[in-house]
Design a protein around this ligand. Structure first.
Ligand SMILES: NC(=O)c1ccc[n+]([C@@H]2O[C@H](COP(=O)([O-])OP(=O)(O)OC[C@H]3O[C@@H](n4cnc5c(N)ncnc54)[C@H](O)[C@@H]3O)[C@@H](O)[C@H]2O)c1
Length: 337
């Protein structure tokens, strides 16, 4: 029996989820839902399923849904997620949400709490860590191949001239980078941050509204020290992200989430290089691998606390982000709760 899925929010990313489910052997798209009827109708035609114009209407129809993708956006790309997510969870439906889980910590906490109360699977599309290269690197770390981890550095930058709010860049982009850092280095204890506004993208002179460049120092609970460089004023044709993890025996560098993985032993010159492990060629394919894992875990019926990149994980990264903002606003090192 295929997993019956619904998609809520049919913008570019909702349609990206739909394409993944459409070609997946073990899923069937049964419903699409968007408050803009034309968007829902167009997707319903394309994926041969029913269209709905609100989550309430979809739930009231009693159509059988095993899991839903929640792909709304809103302020700082996360302001619209809460209400429809709560509706789905109240309706007893497991949810794979988009990132950021929310731009508002209280709303993120409410969704995580409800999923827990209802014992429902709640995952977030923190897709950057769902690559064969990241998995290989994680195996190296877990098997002790790097020795004791000392340092983790992450750079993530893209060109994004959108100017919706001062905190758009850190809240909307860096759930990804901080999730990858947490995946390798664990929970964060303290943060200290500096921001810089880039020049206005569209005008002569003046500064952006958005704090579009950031440097963050992080101290992890296990003593690892880390650094994040982020920007919406950089990027260009090559180089979305670079992750470097340095241990007492070796270090690795992972470039562009899945493309190049290099292993540098500390005491020898025998560098190992891997490219496009398991044929994953680019970032776009991380939607397939992340959503594929969500489908696999739902079909296997795993317990909600076993979900990879869960709502609780996504809430943790938003808490780190709020600590980063507080550090800049107060000029202090901020200890996270
Ligand atoms: N994981 C990734 O790599 C990645 C990449 C880019 C964007 N995103 C995230 O994907 C999300 C969606 O981005 P997008 O560019 O497709 O946004 P979008 O604005 O193009 O689409 C959102 C859609 O949701 C609909 N919508 C809003 N409220 C609704 C509701 N209550 N019920 C039903 N539909 C509703 C809107 O009408 C719209 O069609 C954002 O959160 C963004 O941060 C993730």
């Amino acid at each position: 029996m295929p997993l019956k899925v619904a998609i809520v929010g049919l913008g570019g990313i909702g349609n990206r989820h739909a394409q993944v489910y459409d070609k997946h052997d073990e899923t069937e798209i049964v419903a699409v839902c968007d408050i803009i009827p034309e968007k829902a109708d167009k997707a319903a035609e394309k994926y041969a399923c029913k269209a709905f114009y609100s989550v309430k209407e979809m739930l009231d129809s009693n159509i059988a849904i095993d899991a839903a993708s929640m792909c709304t956006a809103g302020a700082e790309n996360g302001g619209d997620h809460c209400k429809p997510t709560l509706e789905l969870l109240y309706g007893g439906i497991p949810v794979l949400g988009e990132k950021p889980i929310s731009n508002n910590i209280d709303e993120a906490q409410t969704m995580v709490d409800l999923a827990r109360e209802k014992n429902l699977r709640y995952g977030i599309d923190l897709n950057h860590r769902f690559t064969p290269a990241a998995l290989r690197a994680k195996e190296w770390v877990d098997s002790g191949r790097l020795g004791e981890l000392n340092i983790i550095n992450m750079t993530m930058w893209i060109n994004n001239p959108n100017e919706s709010s001062p905190w758009f860049h850190i809240r909307a982009l860096h759930p990804h980078s901080l999730d990858v850092m947490r995946y390798f280095a664990g929970d964060v204890d303290k943060v200290q941050a500096f921001f810089k506004r880039g020049p206005k993208p569209d005008g002569p002179g003046g500064k952006r509204v958005c704090w579009s460049n950031v440097q963050v120092n992080l101290l992890f609970k296990n003593g690892i020290i880390g650094h994040l460089t982020g920007s919406y004023d950089a990027g260009g044709s090559y180089g979305l992200e670079t992750l470097e993890v340095v241990g007492s025996e070796a270090r690795f560098v992972l470039r562009d989430a899945c493309e190049h993985l290099e292993f540098y032993p500390r005491f020898s010159q025998e560098v190992e290089t891997h490219a496009y492990i398991d044929g994953m060629m680019g970032f776009g394919e991380t939607f397939d691998s992340r959503i594929g894992r969500w489908v696999e875990q739902n079909i296997a019926g795993v317990s909600p606390d076993e979900i990879d990149a869960s709502g609780a994980d996504a809430l943790h990264v938003q808490q780190i982000i709020e600590g980063i903002i507080e550090s800049w606003e107060t000029g202090q090192v901020v200890t996270l709760q």
